[in-house]
Ligand binder design. Structure first.
Ligand code: PLZ
Length: 462
C-alpha cells in the first residue's frame, strides 16, 4: 500500500492500489485547535465528563488512510491510529463495504440468543492466526478490558485458583479488575478503589533500564512469583509481549518462552495481552511470534475490526471450554457488524500484504530515528517492531548513564508536532516515551515528512 492516487503511474498494478478519499498529506490552515474545534470544545465542556480527556482536542470530521481531517480543514498525519486501532487504515474501503452490507442484513440478535455465521467465522480466523498449532476456541466481547476480564475468568475456572500475576509497567484496562492489574495508579486507578484482590505485580524485562538478558529477567520474575506470590494459588500470568502504555518495551530474547515454560510446569495459564501489539501491527499477526512464544490464551482487540468495537479471548480449547455453558457472554459481544468488519480486516491483511507493510514501516521509521539519535542526545533508546516503534526520551547527557526520564521534552514534542499537522502519542511510566503507531496504510513519504516534523521539534527544544 505505497501508492496514493497521485502516484499511480502506468506501471502500477491493476489491483490492490488504494484509492484514498482524503489526500495523504498534512495541511495546517488554522491555529491548532482551530475556531470550530474550540467551539465544539466549549459545548463538550458543558456535557462531557471532565474525567474523559482528549490528547489533542481537534474535532475530527473525516479520516482516511493515515490522515485525519478536522472540522477546520486541518489535515493531520495520524501516528496514533486511535491507539493502534485503525491498523488497516482509516475507513478502509473493504471494511466499510463489509460493515455497510452487514448493516442491511442483521445488526443485532445477540449470539447467546440466536447465533449467526460471522461470529463463527471470526473465531475460525482467530484459531488459524493466533500462535500455537493446537485446537483453539474463542469468546468475542466488546473491549480490550473485557477480553482481559474474560481471560482471567476462564483461567480461574480452568485452574480452580484465584491469583492473577502481571508485570511492572503493564496496562490492561479501566474496569475494576484491570485497574488493579495496571502498574500506574495515576491516572488509571487514582481514587477509584477499592480494587479487586489477588492481583500480584512482578518485575518484567526492560532491557534499556535493567540490562538483563531474557532468561535472567525471567528468573527474576519467577523468583518473585515463587517467593512472594506462591505458584500453587496462581491462576494466570498476563503479559503484553511488547508493553504498550508502559512504553513499548521489547523484552530480551528468551524472557517470554522461559516464563511460558515455568507457567506450564506449574499449571499456570499464561495469557498474552496482544490488544495493542496484535493484528499485524508488528509484521506478524501476533507479536508473540517474534519471541517464539506460544501463549495458552491470546487477547485481541483494537485493530481487529478496523475501528469497530470487538475483542476476543482465543486459546487452547480445553482451557476455553472450562466455563460451564452460560458462564460467558454479554449483550453486544461479537456484534455482527463488528464481526463483518473483522473478517474484512483479516482479508485485507492477506490481500494487501500488510504484514510486509508493517516491516517496511518499521524499517523506514527506525532508520530515520537512528539518524535523529545521532544528532539529539535526548533520544535514549529506539525500540519496537514493525509499526509499533517508540523512542525513550531522557535528560540531555544521561542516555547511557542515569537515563533520567524527560517527560517535559516528550510533551513539548507532542505539542510541536500537533501544531505542525502530526498526531503523536506519548507513553511510558514516566511519560517519557514517544510512540509511533501509524496505520499500515502510511506511505514512506508520509513517514519521512513526519520524521522531518520531529527533527524540527527536537531542534526547537533548544
Ligand atoms: N490491554 C495492552 O493497550 C488499551 C488505552 C486508552 P480497551 N490501551 C489504550 C485509554 O486511555 O483508555 C489496552 C491495551 C492493552 C488492554 C487495553 C484495554 O483495552 O479496549 O481500552 O478496554
Amino acid at each position: 500500500m505505497t501508492d496514493t492516487i497521485d502516484e499511480q503511474g502506468a506501471g502500477a498494478p491493476a489491483a490492490a492500489v488504494p484509492q484514498y478519499t482524503v489526500p495523504q498529506e498534512r495541511l495546517i490552515v488554522t491555529a491548532v485547535p482551530g475556531p470550530k474545534s474550540q467551539e465544539l470544545h466549549e459545548r463538550r465542556r458543558a456535557v462531557v465528563s471532565a474525567g474523559v480527556g482528549s490528547a489533542l482536542p481537534v474535532y475530527i470530521e473525516r479520516a482516511n488512510g493515515a490522515v485525519l481531517v478536522d472540522v477546520d480543514g486541518n489535515r493531520f498525519i495520524d501516528f496514533g491510529a486511535g491507539i493502534g486501532v485503525t491498523t488497516v487504515g482509516h475507513t478502509e474501503s473493504n471494511v466499510v463495504a463489509a460493515a455497510a452490507s452487514q448493516l442491511q442484513d442483521v445488526i443485532h440478535t445477540l449470539f447467546t440468543v440466536t447465533p449467526y455465521e460471522e461470529y463463527v467465522r471470526v473465531a475460525e480466523l482467530l484459531a488459524e492466526h493466533t500462535p500455537g498449532d493446537w485446537a483453539k476456541k474463542s469468546v468475542l466481547v466488546n473491549s480490550g478490558a473485557e477480553a482481559v476480564e474474560n481471560g482471567v475468568k476462564i483461567a480461574r475456572k480452568h485452574t480452580g485458583r484465584r491469583g492473577v500475576a502481571v508485570l511492572d509497567h503493564a496496562y490492561h484496562g479501566r474496569t475494576n479488575l484491570t485497574m488493579a492489574m495496571n502498574y500506574k495508579a495515576n491516572p488509571y486507578g487514582w481514587g477509584f478503589g477499592p480494587f479487586a484482590g489477588d492481583v500480584y505485580h512482578a518485575p518484567g524485562s526492560y532491557p534499556y533500564r535493567d540490562g538483563l538478558g531474557g532468561v535472567e529477567a525471567a528468573e527474576r520474575t519467577i523468583d518473585y512469583l515463587e517467593k512472594i506470590v506462591g505458584a500453587d494459588d496462581l491462576a494466570c500470568l498476563v503479559v503484553e509481549p511488547i508493553q504498550g502504555e508502559g512504553g513499548f518495551m521489547v523484552p530480551a530474547d528468551g524472557f517470554l518462552p522461559t516464563l511460558q515454560g515455568w507457567c506450564t510446569a506449574n499449571g499456570v495459564v499464561m495469557i498474552a495481552d496482544e490488544i495493542q501489539s496484535g493484528m499485524a501491527r508488528t509484521g506478524r499477526y501476533y507479536a508473540s511470534e517474534h519471541f517464539g512464544w506460544e501463549p495458552d490464551l491470546v487477547l485481541s482487540a483494537k485493530g481487529i475490526a478496523g475501528g469497530l468495537p470487538l475483542a476476543a479471548v482465543t486459546g487452547r480449547a480445553e482451557i476455553m471450554d472450562a466455563s460451564h455453558p452460560g458462564g460467558l457472554g454479554g449483550t453486544f459481544g461479537g456484534n455482527p457488524v463488528a464481526c463483518a468488519a473483522a473478517i474484512a480486516v483479516f482479508e485485507a491483511i492477506e490481500r494487501d500484504g500488510l504484514l510486509a507493510e508493517a516491516d517496511r514501516i518499521g524499517g523506514t521509521l527506525t532508520a530515520g530515528l537512528e539518524r535523529l539519535k545521532e544528532r539529539y542526545d535526548v533520544i535514549g533508546d529506539i525500540r519496537g517492531i514493525g509499526a509499533m516503534i517508540a523512542i525513550e526520551v531522557v535528560e540531555p547527557g544521561t542516555a547511557t548513564t542515569t537515563k533520567r526520564p524527560n517527560a517535559q521534552a516528550v510533551s513539548a514534542l507532542v505539542a510541536y508536532a500537533a501544531q505542525h499537522g502530526l498526531l503523536l502519542l506519548n507513553a511510558g511510566t514516566w511519560g517519557n516515551v514517544l510512540r509511533f503507531l501509524p496505520s499500515l496504510a502510511v506511505t514512506d513519504a508520509l513517514i519521512d515528512d513526519a520524521l522531518q516534523v520531529l527533527d524540527d521539534g527536537l531542534a526547537a527544544l533548544g
